[in-house]
Design a binder for this molecule. Structure first.
Ligand code: GDP
Length: 526
């Protein structure tokens, strides 16, 4: 096989959904198709654990998952799927957004009784910014659900997205009989309670096929014909280009827990979802089949084994091919590194990567050299853009219970900042650190990690600070600003100056006094 055909087989995607819509269950079933049954059980166990009582417990449980299940690679028919997991709790959406920068398409899972929910909408907006193709899976049809027309209408109206049914449900809840696959003209009957076995679709010549009457009661068949007729009148035809541009979504109905409709979804992804797409860099766009290897870091995760302080950098390959032992340039530092111990994340296991191609994710054990957003390449020194950076919205001070541990705490915070788990600022004056996050639960997780991974019990305390903004500009002017405002200046973990504003008046005044400096809510991670 040529490199190009290897790359074309890849489908790298993520699932976006509101908690409880069925992401974990769907993931488990997708892995069953990929033959990764053992892992599927693990995902299930994790889902069950995660349905613990409090938010905090859920988060705690999620952190217990092995690094391996952040990326799940499996083969089905002619394709290799890389499914990237995203955290469930919205306080960790930073991580989700970064992960979305590393996929080529998404599956949006909706609960048929609930339709579009808050977190679905938020994640959808991120996908839209990237014109990402989205397939929709309407789950839990075995329960009382909204009417399929109103579900389609809700997706269309709320998301301003054209919808095209790929399958049509026959009844719902207790009367759910199955779906008619509109793409392959097949009747798929729902076999209640046989979640782990698969019913074969019954091939038909169309909705007029007399065979249908053998399987469906008259009233159900009449309704199906009527509804499909109406749906075809209301919805545009499936348009591959429109789906690839992110303006049209094919909609599959099913029931993940009953393994119903999952195969059709997977077949749809194989047939329509994009193979690896070009990625934007500062200098130019990079195509997947370029000969030179290039890749970017989109996530860093601490190894869960506290004895090993190393972290795994998750790297999305943008172009070319990775081979074990390959030498590549780390563009930010200019250093060349030989990579012998990259990992591949097979659904069941992790293994040392011998080879990987554009679209794949490899994990590089990392002692702090690699940061989120970094580019690695064997070619010219490009810098990939597109890994988003977030404004710290809530700021708290942190101090160790034992004041002698201040220095150790500093080191721990720096590492957590490099990992992207928080923004960390060291004020010029005073001995406390200031930590900025997006969601308040992140403080609980940080305190817990600092205690368990670094053996430093700490306390977070509220501050009266409004915001932290990075300050950039002419060096002489910057120095003048910093000297005149030392009580409000801090450094981030890279040493870049940050203005800690007590209130909006304070911030406005600083901006008025130094109109030629730039105040930034986020800092690009390149
Ligand atoms: P997540 O939070 O999106 O990962 O959702 P889960 O996969 O954990 O599912 C949430 C709940 O919905 C669990 O109790 C599942 O057993 C249940 N569930 C998932 N899929 C279905 C389905 O197709 N039908 C029904 N009735 N329940 C489902």
């Amino acid at each position: 096989m040529t490199l190009k055909s290897h790359i074309d087989r890849r489908r790298t995607f993520a699932i976006i959904s509101h908690p409880d819509a069925g992401k974990t269950t769907l993931t488990e079933k997708l892995l069953l198709f990929g033959g990764a049954i053992q892992m599927a059980g693990e995902v299930k166990a994790r889902g069950e654990r995660r349905r613990a009582r409090s938010d905090w417990m859920k988060v705690e449980q999620e952190r217990g998952i092995s690094v391996a299940s952040s990326v799940m690679t499996f083969d089905y028919e002619d394709h290799t799927f890389n499914l990237l997991d995203t955290p469930g709790h919205e306080d960790f959406s930073e991580d989700t957004y970064r992960t979305l920068s590393a996929v080529d398409s998404a599956v949006m899972v909706l609960d048929a009784a609930k339709g579009i929910e808050a977190q679905t909408l938020k994640l959808f907006e991120v996908c839209r910014l990237r014109d990402m193709p989205i397939a929709t899976f309407i789950n839990k049809m075995d329960r009382e659900a909204k009417d399929p027309f109103s579900l389609l209408d809700e997706v269309e109206q709320t998301l301003a997205l054209d919808v095209v049914p790929a399958s049509w449900p026959i009844g719902m809840g207790r009367d759910f009989l199955g779906c008619y696959d509109l793409i392959r003209d097949q009747l798929i009957l729902f076999d209640r309670g046989k979640g782990d076995t698969l019913t074969q679709g019954i091939q038909c010549s169309g909705l007029d096929d007399a065979k249908l009457a053998e399987y469906l009661p008259d009233h159900a068949l009449d309704t199906l014909r009527e509804e499909v007729d109406m749906a075809r009148g209301l919805c545009p035809e499936f348009d591959l280009q429109a789906y690839l541009e992110g303006t049209q979504t094919p909609v599959f109905f099913g029931s993940a827990i009953n393994n119903f409709g999952v195969r059709e979804l997977l077949a749809g992804l194989g047939a329509f979802a994009p193979s690896p797409r070009p990625a934007p860099a500062v200098e130019r766009a990079v195509a997947p089949d370029e000969a030179k290897f290039s890749a970017f870091v989109f996530k860093i995760q601490a190894n869960m084994d506290p004895k090993h302080r190393d972290r795994i950098a998750f790297v999305r390959i943008v172009s070319g091919q990775f081979k074990k032992g390959m030498k590549m340039t780390h563009v930010r530092s200019g250093k060349v590194m030989a990579v012998h111990n990259a990992q591949l994340f097979l659904a069941q296991d992790r293994e040392i990567a011998e080879e990987a191609v554009a679209g794949d994710i490899i994990g590089l054990p990392n002692h702090g050299t690699l940061r989120i957003g970094d580019t690695l390449t064997t070619g010219e020194k490009i810098r990939f853009t597109g890994v988003p950076s977030f404004a710290p919205e809530i700021l708290q001070k942190v101090r160790p219970d034992d004041p002698m541990k201040a220095k150790h705490l500093g080191r721990a915070l720096e590492q957590l900042a490099e990992e992207g788990a928080a923004r960390v600022f060291k004020p010029y004056l005073g001995s406390d650190w200031v930590v900025g996050v997006v969601g308040p639960l992140q403080f609980d997780v940080l305190a817990d990690r600092i205690r368990t991974e670094y053996q430093i019990p700490v306390k977070f305390e509220p501050t009266s600070l409004l915001t932290a903004e990075w300050v950039e500009g002419d060096a002489r002017l910057l120095k003048q600003f910093v000297d005149g405002n030392r009580a409000s200046i801090a450094e981030d973990h890279t040493g870049a100056p940050v203005y800690l504003a007590r209130n909006s008046w304070h911030l406005d005044k600083a901006k008025d006094d130094f109109p030629d400096l730039r105040f930034l809510k986020t800092k690009e991670e390149i």
